[in-house]
Design a protein around this ligand. Sequence first.
Ligand code: WTA
Length: 635
Amino acid sequence: MSNYHIKNLEEYFQVYRKSVRDPETFWEEIAEENFLWRKPWDRVLEHDLTQPAVRWFQGAQLNITENCIDRHLYARGSKTALLFEPNDPSEEPQHITYKQLHERVCKFANVLKEQGVKKGDRVCIYLPMIPELAIALLACARIGAIHSVVFAGFSSTALATRINDCDCSIVVTSDGGYRGAKTIDLKGIVDEALEHCKGVTTVLVVKRIHSEINMHKGRDIWLQPLLDEASSVCPAELMEAEDPLFILYTSGSTGKPKGMVHTTAGYMVYTAYTFKNVFQYREDDVYWCTADIGWITGHSYIVYGPLANGATTVLFEGVPSYPDWSRFWAVVEKHKVNQFYTAPTAIRALAKERLDFSENHDLSSLKILGTVGEPINEEAWHWYNDNIGKKQCPIVDTWWQTETGGIMISPIPYATPTIPTFATLPLPGIQPALMDEEGNTLHGNSVSGRLCIGFPWPAMARTIWGDHQRYKDTYFSTFKGYYFTGDGALRDTTGYYRITGRVDDVIIVSGHNLGTAPIEDAINEHPAVAESAIVGFPHEIKGNALYGFVILKETGEQRDPANLRKEINQIITEHIGPIAKLDKIQFTEGLPKTRSGKIMRRILRKIACGETDQLGDTSTLLNPEVVDAIIKDVL
Ligand code: WTA
């Protein structure tokens, strides 16, 4: 029996039982068999989920880049590690071999060192999807610096918040980025952000779009000349198993974003193991995940997981609609992609377009299709299965989170029979539990409740940067001794899991997690706005869209609602980014509140979804009369 390559359902159950009966031996065997350790661990696991305090492979020393790069140089030096497909299909793709990747990472790491970056320092990376992005992550890891990647669609305010939260003194960015027919002025956004980040002393700038940009004297430096001068020898920094590898921010239901901290050894072991199993990667396969490296999916399943397995991983700069909606399929054909991993929102958008966009391309290289980021609806699942997989490719509906570091619940291709909309079974080592609202564990099958995890796994986040109490309060206090995911789920008669969606105030729009509080805070900055509440409602392509209920200040002044709506979305774009814009904005005189003054979002949600006949008892509200007024004007 191989722990690494599960081949059928019986073997899955065997491996799963072993992983639960004796998690330490299970993970120890995987860690021993597959990685390069500079010093072995003293203990596999120490844990207390009530604190939470979790340590995996304590005492071990390693460097993740030796595992992702150096280890492959002998057998795979000339194999393509990163396959870069540019935004413009007429620009040549770049095949960056393991040997070249090694050299580029070492040079970049030496540049960081020359700029004074040391082990434990935080480096903010704000780059488009170009090879330098993956290389920057690895260069940080090479010298033990902690990378904090900020998705290049975030606004200057959001960027500044993230830079300041973890005290970055250096930012890596580019003159701009291509996105379909548009260019994005990333350097301009960084300049704006840095007006509020006094701690940043250095900005390294990659040249990508050759635009005219302002180079701030004494602070901004073009990267390429430094790389040209840098040595290609850079010994890997020896890291402790639990040294932080990176911080990645995720939205919370309240307040500022949470900087999830992932550490080195456990994250490496888990992302490598899950990549291999979930995508059944074989030596000559070409694997493509369409996510952006700015999100956890890109960290774990474009960079670390694939490279730890010596895989060829595609890095795509563009968007599915450029130059037209056949782009994904043209890339699959061009690079003979074997595993393809994307988000339901992209699938739904593609499914709305003409079928010949996919039919005109040879997709026969595809073996496995994946989805992630939000529940996939049945229609989208079938479209994907029929038209892309031609009913020959298992679909892995992978459920996981920024906090979990790697895939948690997912079919294993050829082993787990799939059912549309079900993420199916927990991966080995993962112990899900469903809870009712009172905190009782729901045993047996055919139950639904709040999804929790009852035992540590190697890639779980260890803390929130600078705020361990918030980590504990958010994830480990609702259900004692369990990690609470914030998602609801059901377990069917056979034990399969289906994720039903968030049960907190996070809304997933086009696969992006958005907290309602930061959006409301942004809207409330508008001088005409007194108060606001955001809820989600179903959207054909985005999964959910945002509906804002806004109370205006009494000024006696007449304002044009169309202009106000535009201004409100403008403020959101400035504070967070265009991904958080509202689809609908309804101006109202009041918001339904409890007697203690809390907004009753449940009622607003029903109204936004058009389910006004299911409002339940509103008589306990402080102001039941506003409900009728809101329903009357609903958009
Ligand atoms: C949702 C993305 C249903 C879920 C890796 C989770 C999913 C949140 C699935 C995390 C799936 C992710 N089915 N829902 N297969 N995958 N989600 O942190 O609500 O960006 O809590 O991590 O996405 O989003 P995040």
